[in-house]
Design a protein around this ligand. Structure first.
Ligand SMILES: Nc1nc2c(c(=O)[nH]1)N[C@H]1C(S)=C(S)[C@@H](COP(=O)(O)OP(=O)(O)OC[C@H]3O[C@@H](n4cnc5c(N)ncnc54)[C@H](O)[C@@H]3O)O[C@H]1N2
Ligand code: MOO
Length: 401
């Protein structure tokens, strides 16, 4: 039996880094930066005003107060964007707006609230300290410095920075195209009537959503084959532009395990057991050179197997500098048992340092899965834990909300 780490290494080894493409800023959200990104300009690009007010010489306005007003001529008006800013002559001020370049000679901005707001001769009734309300060239980042490192996921703040330092397009890794294939003749598309013995097909949308959340592009296919040959022909026809095929179901010990039967014949996909629960029966390899990961069909097994094997491999191929989920430790609110020799990934609800088990260990408990916000990891050599024991939890999206 393989360990979790051994199978993770096999799956990781199937996926090469994805090719790099340039995408416009507006299409880069959620992608991963593929190269270090230098700042093309400094931020701020020039020393400018942080307030609407008057650019002045502190030596001339420093004594201003309600009882000791200072009156100075307004020699220029500087809106944001003005590029021909005149020098501030002694005995004058410039009216200045937030973000406008500070005129040479000025060393303070007096906010408009501390003046009468006049445009010819302004009366100043208060003065901030020297240097107040100025934003200096390069205080945030200097031109030529690395603004964002390769491997950074691009969210709102990162894209805002990329734009601010002058980039219109960004190098990112192409999203992996993942074909999600479910098998099983008992499965019916939701929305249609069920006959006795049938169930609604749920792994396609579960896995496709997980693929998209991991940064991939999913295409789903539900296929009920009559035989192995027909299955292989149908799969091969779909594989042409896929980076990865993820199947669910048909890999255990039953009499109708079409995925296992079809792929084992090729000799390029290996099936076996991994020392974990859920997610024991696993397979991985290639079909016509395309990486394939075969996940067990129970919905919770599919979910957990994706989390443990596929998600980190996809994110690594996408160039994430940190492909794994956040982990933390938490105290159990109830005792629990775990099978010897298997790493157990129980579903849990994490809150403020405590974790409660959600449902039992059964891998059919999809309603309980949907209420969980973490996986509780119980090591292979631990069979019993009391209330209050410290366990590792893997936080699923939204766990910290
Ligand atoms: N004799 C043995 N039986 C089983 C073993 C074993 O080692 N020996 N392993 C068990 C474990 S653990 C798991 S997990 C499952 C894995 O089985 P398969 O991957 O072959 O999956 P199926 O048999 O096709 O389905 C299992 C279960 O999940 C339901 N299912 C499958 N696909 C979907 C889908 N797309 N949407 C919703 N539900 C799905 C299916 O109806 C079954 O109930 O095998 C155990 N048995
Ligand atoms: O190992 Mo199976 O994946 O429990 O349910």
């Amino acid at each position: 039996m393989r360990t979790v780490e051994e199978h993770q290494a096999v799956v990781r080894g199937l996926l090469a880094p994805l090719p790099i493409e340039d995408v416009p800023l507006g299409a880069a959200a959620g992608r991963v930066l593929a190269a270090d990104l230098p700042a093309l300009v400094s931020l701020p690009g020039f020393t400018n005003s942080a307030m609407d007010g008057y650019a002045a010489r502190h030596a001339e306005v420093g004594t201003a107060g309600e009882a000791t007003p200072v009156r100075l001529r307004v020699a220029a008006d500087i809106p944001a964007g003005r590029s021909d800013v005149p020098v501030l002559e002694p005995g004058t001020v410039h009216r200045i707006m937030t973000g406008a370049p500070l005129p040479a000679g000025a060393d303070v901005v007096v906010p408009v609230e501390r003046t009468d707001g006049a445009t010819d001769v302004v009366t100043i009734t208060g003065s901030p300290a020297v240097g107040a309300h100025l934003r200096h060239t390069g205080e945030d980042i200097r031109a030529g410095e690395i603004a964002l490192r390769a491997g950074t996921p691009l969210g709102a703040a990162q894209l805002g920075l990329a734009a601010a330092v002058g980039h219109a397009v960004l190098p990112v890794r192409r999203r992996p195209r993942v074909l999600v294939l479910s098998t099983g003749s008992e499965l019916v598309e939701p929305g249609r009537p069920l006959l006795p013995g049938q169930i609604y097909e749920s792994n396609s949308v579960l896995l496709a959503t997980a693929v998209e959340a991991a940064g991939g592009e999913a295409r789903t296919l539900h296929f009920v084959p009559d035989d192995v040959e027909q299955f292989l022909t149908a799969v091969r026809a779909e594989l042409a532009d896929a980076d990865l095929l993820v199947t669910s179901g048909g890999v255990s010990a039953g009499a109708y395990e079409v995925v296992k039967d079809a792929f084992r014949e090729l000799g390029t996909v290996e099936f076996g057991k991994v020392a974990m629960q859920p997610g024991g029966p696993q397979g991985a390899g290639t079909v016509d050179g395309v990486p394939v990961v075969t996940l067990p069909g129970n919905p919770v097994s599919s979910f957990v197997s994706f989390e443990v094997f596929v998600r980190p491999a996809l994110r690594r191929a996408l160039g994430h500098s940190d492909p794994d989920r956040l982990r933390t430790t938490a105290r159990l609110t109830t005792p629990l048992r775990s099978p010897a020799g298997r790493r157990q990934f129980l579903r849990g609800r994490f809150d403020a340092g405590s974790v409660s088990q959600v449902g039992g260990p059964g891998s059919h408990l999809v309603a309980h899965l949907a209420r969980a916000n973490c996986l509780v990891v119980i090591p292979e050599d631990v069979t019993e834990l009391p209330t209050g024991a410290e366990v590792t939890v893997v936080l699923i999206e939204g766990a910290l909300q």
